[in-house]
Each structure stands twice: as structure tokens, then as C-alpha cells.
Design a protein around this ligand. Structure first.
Ligand code: GLC
Length: 606
């Protein structure tokens, strides 16, 4: 019987593999031209399939019969740091009720795999030293499996980062490479002198020009230079080596087999390097992602890939692949996010409207993840070509936005901090929580009740706008409660150099109790956001397959977004200014309060 079962399982695997075999082999050979490595890859897939638990196979089967379940308007996410949210994985499991309360159906757990104990050498967990081990202070792999199982029981999906561009220099491969093992060395980019690094540097931009300048790190103990696009302790993996691709895909499937439903492909545009190029978004990156997508379809079909491509739309959209050959299932709507903040500071919605038009027609299998804030900075990657027609130039415009959001500009209630403020690049980015950027922090500090009302209204309006966009809205944990900036990191030697820590504060559960008391700012914000979340959840005009488009409101301070789905229509009006304005939707005029908004629902299309 057991043997029969096994045979049945294997034949299902073979069926799936057969479906993709020709394409997979073609792509693999195109990059590696190595039959032995390809055989190893297939064997590894089969093993991962055999190891997949029955309960996860059941999830696979459910989702295979409804592959676009996650397009539902019931889908809403929250991203959080395990340690900040609840101490450890068991703590998160004990707090699952909070997700239900907030309408959260998808939880993104920030990096939790083993990393350096020294926080100055872990990049918030994005320098992984063991892909199969949980950070001991957060728990064990067993705890993670228990948490994913408990989430599945409640219909919640779990997302985890897969940091694939690099490993920590404390990873076993890096340690072996440092000790001179040639096989391990071939997994990274090592050079004896600066000749090739200089050639790379001449065309390769920098990610952290201030906090980690340069793309290579000199290792004096072995007298070699190693490629480190991000921090010096994050060694770039060489995907030109088939064993890197094989083993990293194996790591991905290992995590999928622990119950991870959504795999966030961290810094994916960077994984292929070629001299004479920017080493970003190269065609082979797409081949590798397509192969990872196929690996998931064959082994764990319910698993979705979320690509982290923090770039302009023309670079982001290709990561969806095509309907026949999809790559990522989900992508961050990053330009829309940055443009929303630009709109807050300029009170002019024209760029945002243009941006929404640009992404109006993504292929139907693809979905954006919408967000206001995440664990990273806000980079001002805006469409400066478009802004140019109004006389805006890139460097002064970025300076204006940064001045506005750091509260330097007169009249700005924002409290943010700069990130990677490089004088020569004039490309500083920005950090801060939604509440602090909206003015809640300043108003509370100044005990200014009137300013507080405006700031809370602005915060709610931004969330309403985010919930109206096409795709899956994702809250950054703490934003639902108006969590303020955490300046404590200034005094932490391991964290002070990275201003992203300003919005990575700990959840204060005592304060969170105030969410039930509408006389408190927390309660005022939370109750309004919750109402919006519930309206979205129970109205399928918010379904992600809806046709969503911006419309003209007659006032450049007011954004209009329309949604159409199955004969129903709704209009959203969002006032990005502190003024009382009059705006139009569907032939009627509406008055909007400062930073007010309207959702005009239940309109039927004849
Ligand atoms: C991604 C992460 C960021 C991290 C970087 C390097 O961009 O979002 O937090 O620093 O990758 O891994």
C-alpha cells in the first residue's frame, strides 16, 4: 500500500515534470550547457517532491483547482518582524487572533533564518548564514512549521524572504571559500587584484553608496577581492555556477516544504553579473526566475513567487513574464508607492495618475502588492521624464521631497530621516513610519489637536487610496496603530548606522490596547482603517481582477480611481491636500475635507 502510494505520488511528479521538461531543459542548457548538473537538478526536484508533506499536498491541490484565489478581495497582507511583533515564532503563533481582527490573510515574516549574532553584520537578517536554520533567538524550524500549519488552518498564507543574491560571510560556503576550498570559491566572485573589479565598477552602480561604498571588498587575510554589491559581509553568489543555482533552488524548496506559501525573491534583479553591464535585470536573471517558477509548479504548485524589484515600471513589469511563461506571481508596486509620497509632498496628483495609467493593463495572471511603507527606505525613483514638463528636475525635486519629509520645509509636519545621503550622488532616500511621515508624531509632540486631526485624516486617506489600487494591499505592522518612529536605534551600536531602523521598532502591546478606545489617537486611526478593510473584504468590486483606472476629477489635488468588476462599479476620490476641495466623479460634484476621501460604492453598470 505504502509503495503504491509512493508510486502514485511519483507519477504525479512525473506528469508535472513532463509538462515542463522541454522548456526547463532548454533554459537550463542555454545557461549552463551541463547535462550532469541538469540531472542533479532533476534529482533534487524529485527528492523535494517526495519530501513534501501530505498536508501541504492538500494545499497544493486546493490551489491548483483555483490558481488565482489570491486575487480575491479577501486577500490582504501584513509584514512584520517576528522579534518586534511577538518576541519569537511561538509568540507570533499566540497572536494569530490579531491577524483575524485586522483582516489579514497573508503574513510576511521578515528574515528569520540564521544570520550573524552581531547586528551590525546581519543587515536585518538579509545576510543569511544557514538557509535551513531559524535564528536561535526566534525558535527552530519545527516552530516555523507549527506556525505555518496553524496559519493554514486559519486560511492565512505565510511569506518568507529568500535572500538569493548573496550569503553572509558566515555561511558554510563562504567559510570554506575563505579557507581556500576551490569548489566553494567558485560559488562567489573572487579576484587576486583590482583589475576585473575595476572593470565591473566602471559600469555597475552602487546600492549603498554611503553605508557600504563599492561593489567589492578586500579580504586582507587571504589577499583577495570578493564581490559584495550590498554590504561587505554579504558575498554575491555566482549563478554562473550551476551548483549555486541547484543548491539555492533546493533551499527554496526546503522552505516551501516547511509550509511557506509565498517566497519573496530578495534583490532578484541583481543575481546575474556580466562585465560591461549594470549587472541588473540582465536577460539571464529572467531565465533563472522562470526556472524557479517551473521548479515550484512541479514540486509545490501552491507556492507563489513575490519578486522584489525596486525599480521603475519598465524594469519591474518584465518580471511577471508572460501568461504562457510566468516568472513572478506577485511584484511590489514600488513606483506607485513612491509616487504616492511624492503626491503628499507636492499636493499634485498628475504624476500619480500617469503612473496608474502605466500599470493599468498588466497580464491577468499577475498581481501587484500595494503598500505605503515597508522595512526599507523610500527611494525617489519617479518618472522624471514626465515631471520635466512641469519644470521639475531630478536632483532639486529629490531634495524638495527629502526636505519635506524630514520636516525641514516650512509647514511640513513630517518627521523622517534621510537614508544613504550621498553628497555627490544627490540621491538620498527616506525613512520613517507612515504615522510620523503624515504628521501624527509632530502633532502629538506639540499637543496640537487640530494638527492631529489633519494628520490622522491624511494617514487614513493614504490607506484608503492604497486599498483602492489594483492588487493585494499589505500593511506594514504597526501602521494600523499609527506607530511612530523609533529613535532608540541611534543608541544601538549595531544599528545606528542604518536609518532604516527608525521604522523597525517594537510593537507596544499595551499601547495597542488603545485601539479599542476611540478617544485615543490609536483608536481613532485603527477603527477607521478597520472599517475600510472590512468594506474592501465584503465588496467584490475590490477584487484584484477588476478593471482599475484613474479618472479626471477636475482638481489636481484630488486623485480619482474607478473600479469595475462583474457589472459593479465604484469611484474613489482622494484629496492629497490640506484644503477643502470640490471634485467630480461620475458627473456629480463632491466636497472633500482636508485629506478627505470618498468611496462611492454600489454603482451598477447597465
Ligand atoms: C533587499 C532588502 C533589503 C536588504 C537588501 C540586501 O533590498 O529589502 O532590506 O538590505 O535586499 O539583501
Amino acid at each position: 500500500m505504502a509503495e503504491n502510494e509512493n508510486k502514485k505520488k511519483t507519477s504525479r511528479f512525473d506528469e508535472k515534470l513532463a509538462e515542463y521538461y522541454d522548456e526547463l531543459k532548454y533554459l537550463y542548457m542555454e545557461i549552463y550547457d551541463d547535462e550532469t548538473a541538469f540531472k542533479y537538478f532533476l534529482k533534487m526536484l524529485r527528492k523535494a517532491y517526495k519530501e513534501r508533506k501530505q498536508s501541504l499536498r492538500a494545499v497544493d491541490a486546493r490551489r491548483e483547482s483555483n490558481p488565482f484565489m489570491h486575487h480575491s478581495n479577501k486577500m490582504m497582507g501584513m509584514m512584520l518582524y517576528t522579534e518586534n511583533f511577538a518576541g519569537d515564532l511561538k509568540g507570533v503563533k499566540d497572536r494569530l487572533g490579531y491577524f483575524k481582527e485586522c483582516g489579514v490573510k497573508y503574513v510576511h515574516l521578515m528574515p528569520l533564518l540564521d544570520t550573524s549574532e552581531d547586528s551590525a553584520r546581519s543587515d536585518g537578517g538579509y545576510a543569511v548564514s544557514d538557509f535551513k536554520k531559524v535564528r536561535p533567538d526566534l525558535g527552530t524550524m519545527k516552530d516555523l512549521e507549527k506556525l505555518t500549519a496553524a496559519c493554514h488552518q486559519r486560511g492565512i498564507r505565510v511569506c518568507l524572504d529568500f535572500v538569493m543574491n548573496h550569503t553572509s560571510d558566515e555561511h558554510a560556503w563562504a567559510k570554506a571559500a575563505r579557507a581556500g576550498d576551490p569548489e566553494a570559491m567558485s560559488r562567489y566572485f573572487f579576484y587576486d587584484d583590482r583589475t576585473i573589479p575595476d572593470q565591473y565598477d566602471s559600469t555597475m552602480p552602487q546600492v549603498f553608496p554611503e553605508t557600504a561604498p563599492g561593489n567589492f571588498t578586500y579580504l586582507p587575510d587571504i589577499n583577495k577581492h570578493v564581490m559584495t554589491t550590498f554590504y561587505p559581509f554579504q558575498w554575491d553568489l555566482n549563478y554562473g555556477n550551476p551548483m549555486v543555482f541547484n543548491d539555492m533552488t533546493e533551499n527554496l524548496l526546503y522552505l516551501a516544504n516547511r509550509g511557506i506559501d509565498i517566497v519573496r525573491l530578495d534583490a532578484v534583479p541583481y543575481i546575474w553579473k556580466e562585465l560591461g553591464t549594470s549587472c541588473r535585470n540582465l536577460p539571464k536573471v529572467h531565465t533563472l526566475v522562470r526556472m524557479m517558477n517551473i521548479a515550484c509548479r512541479v514540486v509545490c504548485p501552491s507556492v507563489l513567487l513575490l519578486g522584489e524589484v525596486v525599480m521603475e515600471p519598465s524594469k519591474v513589469l518584465p518580471y511577471f513574464g508572460t501568461e504562457e511563461k510566468p516568472e513572478c506571481d506577485m511584484l511590489y508596486n514600488v513606483t506607485t508607492m513612491a509616487t504616492i509620497w511624492h503626491t503628499m509632498a507636492t499636493r499634485d496628483v498628475r504624476l500619480l495618475k500617469h503612473q496608474l495609467h502605466q500599470i493599468e493593463n498588466v497580464p491577468s495572471n499577475c498581481i501587484f502588492q500595494n503598500y505605503l511603507r515597508c522595512h526599507d527606505d523610500i527611494g525617489w525613483g519617479l518618472d522624471y521624464g514626465f515631471l520635466g514638463q512641469f519644470g521639475s528636475k531630478e536632483a532639486p525635486h529629490k531634495k524638495y521631497l527629502n526636505d519635506w519629509f524630514t520636516g525641514k520645509w516650512q509647514g511640513s509636519p513630517s518627521r523622517g530621516e534621510l537614508y544613504n545621503d550621498s553628497e555627490w550622488l544627490q540621491d538620498a532616500r527616506l525613512c520613517g513610519t507612515t504615522a510620523s511621515l503624515c504628521g501624527i508624531e509632530a502633532a502629538l509632540y506639540e499637543k496640537n489637536e487640530e494638527a492631529l486631526k489633519v494628520a490622522i485624516d491624511a494617514d487614513v486617506m493614504l490607506h484608503a487610496c492604497m486599498l483602492t489600487l489594483k492588487g493585494i494591499p499589505v500593511f506594514y505592522s504597526g501602521d494600523e496603530l499609527g506607530m511612530l518612529n523609533d529613535y532608540g536605534y541611534h543608541d544601538d551600536p549595531g544599528r545606528y548606522a542604518d536609518s532604516r531602523n527608525i521604522h523597525r521598532g517594537k510593537m507596544d502591546w499595551d499601547k495597542a490596547q488603545e485601539r479599542f478606545d476611540e478617544s485615543t489617537p490609536t483608536g481613532r486611526l485603527f477603527s477607521q482603517l478597520k472599517k475600510l478593510i472590512m468594506i474592501r473584504k465584503y465588496n467584490d468590486v475590490f477584487h484584484s481582477d477588476a478593471h482599475v483606472y484613474p479618472f479626471e476629477t477636475g482638481d489636481n489635488r484630488v486623485l480619482g480611481i474607478a473600479r469595475e468588476y462583474k457589472g459593479k462599479k465604484m469611484f474613489g476620490l482622494f484629496n492629497f491636500s490640506p484644503d477643502h476641495v470640490w471634485a467630480e466623479a461620475d458627473g456629480s460634484g463632491y466636497q472633500l475635507q482636508p485629506y478627505g476621501f470618498r468611496w462611492l460604492m454600489n454603482i451598477y453598470i447597465d
